[in-house]
Design a protein around this ligand. Structure first.
Ligand code: C2E
Ligand code: MG
Ligand code: MG
Ligand code: MG
Length: 275
């Protein structure tokens, strides 16, 4: 079985799918039609304030449900979307859908709710990204600070494309967070160069904070670093009370993870969290 690390199509093209898919092109065709067939949706994972237990922000996570193959996880189709350029229309759909959701929840709730969306490094190569985000904010009449953009370290390697977009977003008032912090091609230089508001500690560090001294040290250091730079720090993948307690003690005040909630459809978020 051919398995090329980092090549989405081989990862996705699993042996049990041989009967369904002749080739990647077929899968690409399905993904291409996913938007118009309304097979994509956003689920939202609550971000919990560790001191007050309040929930005023959510991360939007993309879901693809195809009638033939069922649910396909983002780890399988996002790389394919990036390879084929489909991440551009899909990403634009995510931006529009999230902005619409912010508007809807601002109207329904008595409080304000922030939504973070994941932006692929590939989307930064799209020169209209800034104006697309700006137009979407205007179209749905939302406060720009209620939208957060999650970028990975990969996006910041290409300073030329990314820098003007990030400073434009900052000017607009959109918040910017670094996702999976510490797992990419880290250069602390970009924390200085880019207008970053939030650091998200990757779940791979959080998972073993109680048993692995190195993970504990790295997590504590990231929290310090973020605080010293005036950034908010959010821990990802919190699954136990013990992890949450460790994080609180280490002065990390925001977390998301299965301990609190898995990502949920908008309707369920509304039922449980929008007040
Ligand atoms: P991410 O942005 O780092 O999102 C966090 C992932 O961890 C999500 O997986 C979430 O469901 C999962 N997670 C949350 N809490 C826990 C926990 O307590 N334990 C564990 N083990 N996992 C937890 P998901 O939804 O499968 O998304 C995977 C990745 O796909 C995301 O990682 C992100 O990089 C990408 N992705 C998702 N939606 C989008 C999107 O709209 N656009 C782009 N470009 N990428 C997306
Ligand atoms: Mg994310
Ligand atoms: Mg992450
Ligand atoms: Mg991730």
């Amino acid at each position: 079985r051919v398995k090329e690390k980092g090549k989405a199509h081989f990862q996705f093209y699993r042996s049990d799918m041989n009967s369904i898919f002749k080739n990647v092109v077929e899968l690409e065709t399905l993904l291409r039609k996913a938007i118009e067939r309304e097979e994509l949706s956003l689920h939202y994972q609550p971000q919990v304030d560790l001191t007050t237990r309040k929930i005023n922000s959510f991360e939007a996570l993309l879901r693809w449900n195809n009638t033939t193959i069922g649910n396909i996880p983002p780890s399988d189709f996002i790389p394919l979307a990036e390879d084929t350029g489909l991440i551009i229309p899909i990403g634009n759909w995510v931006i529009d859908t999230a902005c619409k959701q912010i508007r809807d929840w601002s109207e329904k709730g008595t409080e304000e709710y922030r939504i973070a969306i994941n932006i692929s490094p590939k989307q930064f190569q799209q020169h209209s990204l800034l104006s697309i985000i700006q137009q979407s904010i205007e179209k749905h009449c939302i406060k720009p600070n209620l939208l957060e953009i999650e970028i990975t370290e990969g996006a910041m390697q290409d300073t030329k494309d990314t820098a003007p977009i990030l400073s434009g977003l900052k000017e607009l008032g959109v918040s910017i967070s670094v996702d999976d912090f510490g797992t990419g091609y880290s250069s602390l230089n970009y924390l200085k160069k880019f207008p970053i508001d939030v650091l998200k500690i990757d779940q791979s560090f959080v998972r073993d904070i109680l048993s692995n001294e190195k993970d504990a040290a790295i997590t504590t250091t990231i929290i310090h670093l973020g605080k010293s730079l005036g950034m908010e720090v959010i821990a990802e993948g919190v699954e136990t009370e013990e992890q949450a307690k460790f994080l609180r003690t280490a002065n990390c005040f925001k977390a998301q993870g299965f301990l609190y909630s898995k990502p949920l459809p908008a309707k369920e978020i509304e039922k449980n969290y929008i007040r």
